[in-house]
Design a protein around this ligand. Structure first.
Ligand SMILES: NC(=O)c1ccc[n+]([C@@H]2O[C@H](COP(=O)([O-])OP(=O)(O)OC[C@H]3O[C@@H](n4cnc5c(N)ncnc54)[C@H](O)[C@@H]3O)[C@@H](O)[C@H]2O)c1
Length: 250
């Protein structure tokens, strides 16, 4: 099991206050990593749970709607822990409106945080990872990298971009000892899907198609993120790992 051990590794997770980001942060800590928890609201609760496992955790409040704070987050991580081993680009938003009425703001906001920030965060950590010829980047994409979705055109575009950027960077940075992979979660019970779960028609249609017979939970991403953050996945690069209870198999 040593291949999955993250003791001594330092991981940055964005959007770590709640939902999938919180779940993945706890998973990385369970595997031994110390954490830098980034969010535009406080991630104190996540930090407390990590410290209770005898791991270190610092919290940084930053608005990732623009790329301004990225370099200072990386600098603070290096000041505190000396390096960045793992980045989980998880912070993201969704806006739901029929395409015919979709606004420029809902296009630009979603593209900004879900794809532009993801690329420039990868670039900022890669500059440190290249020095040590080691790094693991995990970008959170979506099933909507493969499917179009309904009423979420900018979200589908942004998550397709995440999958493609992941492949593009793998091509360039594998030679530097960096692996860049993506997780495409299926339908997970978090704030992101609250509107869907509260709509009895959409909720039933979705659930009927999930072979596992249930929505996913933040815990369901712990194993996949541990795997992609550890040596166990050293020869995996540019992959988009679907974690969806079987949805795509249907
Ligand atoms: N829930 C799902 O079914 C699902 C499916 C596929 C992909 N995803 C993706 O997983 C990721 C996590 O989503 P979630 O489901 O946990 O939703 P969520 O809304 O619970 O979590 C999103 C996180 O991002 C943070 N965030 C939002 N705007 C921010 C900003 N401007 N600056 C910094 N942080 C910000 C939030 O505070 C929160 O911690 C997102 O990228 C989402 O698109 C979710």
């Amino acid at each position: 099991m040593n291949r999955f051990d993250l003791s001594g590794k330092v991981a940055i997770v964005t959007g770590a206050s709640t939902g999938l980001g919180k779940g993945m942060s706890l998973g990385l800590a369970e595997a031994g990593a110390d954490l830098v928890l980034v969010d535009y609201v406080s991630s104190a609760e996540t930090a407390e749970e990590i410290k209770a496992m005898d791991r270190k955790a610092i919290t940084i409040v930053a608005d990732l709607m623009n790329i301004g704070p990225i370099q200072s987050i990386v600098n603070e991580t290096i000041r505190t822990f000396g390096k960045v081993d793992v980045l989980v680009n998880n912070a993201g938003i969704i806006r739901r409106t029929p395409a015919i009425d979709f606004s420029e703001k809902d296009w630009d906001d979603v593209m900004a945080i879900n794809s532009k920030t993801v690329f420039f965060f990868c670039q900022a950590v890669a500059r440190d990872m290249m020095k040590r010829k080691y790094g693991k980047i995990i970008n959170i994409s979506s099933l909507l990298a493969f499917q179009g979705g309904i009423f979420v055109p900018s979200y589908a575009a942004s998550k397709g971009a995440v999958a493609q950027v992941t492949k593009a960077l793998a091509n360039e940075w594998a030679q530097h000892g960096i692996t860049i992979n993506a997780i495409a979660p299926g339908y997970m019970a978090t704030n992101n899907t609250k509107a869907l779960r509260e709509d009895p028609v959409r909720s039933k249609t979705i659930l009927d198609r999930i072979p596992a017979g249930r929505w996913g939970t933040p815990d369901d991403l712990k194993g996949p993120v541990m795997f992609l953050a550890s040596q166990a996945s050293d020869y995996l690069n540019g992959h988009v790992l679907v974690v969806d209870g079987g949805w795509m198999a249907r």
